[in-house]
Design a binder for this molecule. Sequence first.
Ligand SMILES: NC(=O)c1ccc[n+]([C@@H]2O[C@H](COP(=O)([O-])OP(=O)(O)OC[C@H]3O[C@@H](n4cnc5c(N)ncnc54)[C@H](OP(=O)(O)O)[C@@H]3O)[C@@H](O)[C@H]2O)c1
Length: 379
Amino acid sequence: MDGNIKGITILGSTGSVGTQAIEVVKQFPDKLKIIGLAAKSSHTKLSQQIQQISPLMVYWDKSQNSDTIMTKYEKLYSEIPDLCTNQNVDIVLTATTGVTSIYPTIQAIRSGKNIALANKESIIIAGEHIISEAEKHSVEILPLDSEPNAIWQCIQGEKPEINRVFITSSGGSLRSKPLEMLGESTVEETLKHPNWAMGPKITVDSATLMNKVFEVVEAKWLFNIPWEKIDVIVHHQSKIHSMVEFVDGSIKAQIGPSDMKLPIQYALLYPDRFKNPSINKFNPLENQTLTFEEIDQRRYPCFELGIETAKKGKTWPAVLCGANEGAVELFLTGKIKFSEIFTILNNVIKKHIPTQSPSLSDMMSTFQNAYIEAINSKV
Ligand SMILES: NC(=O)c1ccc[n+]([C@@H]2O[C@H](COP(=O)([O-])OP(=O)(O)OC[C@H]3O[C@@H](n4cnc5c(N)ncnc54)[C@H](OP(=O)(O)O)[C@@H]3O)[C@@H](O)[C@H]2O)c1
């Protein structure tokens, strides 16, 4: 890109992270410029974004439906790999759901682009491949998810002699629901997150705590922290986004409002910090109570199952991710009860026979098979 302006492609521009990333870019027109946008089927929102931002390239999933809203932008249409490898792009921000962005992420890395990584599924399934490709091509993985972003901020300027990492969890939308009624929770109440406005899939993952399993795996790959040094604690206020304890016992915490624009901005403008008037400030006097609790395994059975499965390595993280994708989809479409997410996960995981030293394509096919098995489950 031109001089000091960083060119950005956003995969998943119409989603929760994508739209907030656009807001951040708009605040810094002399530092950031959007080159490419990709979405699936939110054509009205995507066309509004095109009008406002004038990107060079746009992808939308043409197989989704036959509406003609995008026909006037046909000349801008590009396939996702081209959006990721274009010479004007410096950073690819991966904010799609599911596994769509995994191969484009690898292609972007191979063509020297830094990755602002929001998509959790890619690091669960392809963490090893992404990290080794990034090292090989000397590109940076810029953690955008608020908890890994907090860990990243805490270790700046440290020789990271890390003793322990505390990943914080809000506890999700069902944290106060009586245990005996938890299993019957409706989609509507599960999607009402007390602190964050996020897409539906991650909001359900936040209620089961599967999102914390994913963040533990993210911390392991992104910062090379061993499993036993990563703890998850419940912190209802979502103001401390994670903490790092160093070997001398000193703890650094990253504190801020529950606003994804902050980690997005940090990742896109790293290593610089700039004032952004659209981000509220954290005032300690208005937040006098910050609480911390252990995870209640009865409330979050998916957490222990998820951690134990992910730790086994090989194709286990892929089966976990695929089964979870299928189970959450069944829940969101009203086909199963909340409690059956765990039952389906457990059933699919129990049957898995792992592949030794799996390739990325083994991981992807394991994900896909587990997803299908979950979708076809009869509980
Ligand atoms: N939301 C958060 O605060 C947050 C925080 C940290 C990490 N994350 C992670 O970031 C990712 C995105 O989360 P989200 O909450 O932003 O999700 P979301 O609101 O559901 O948005 C998903 C985005 O991905 C696009 N998309 C889905 N499939 C696609 C495909 N095949 N091709 C092109 N675009 C596709 C969607 O397009 P359409 O709108 O057209 O369907 C939409 O723009 C997830 O992996 C999540 O775990 C989210």
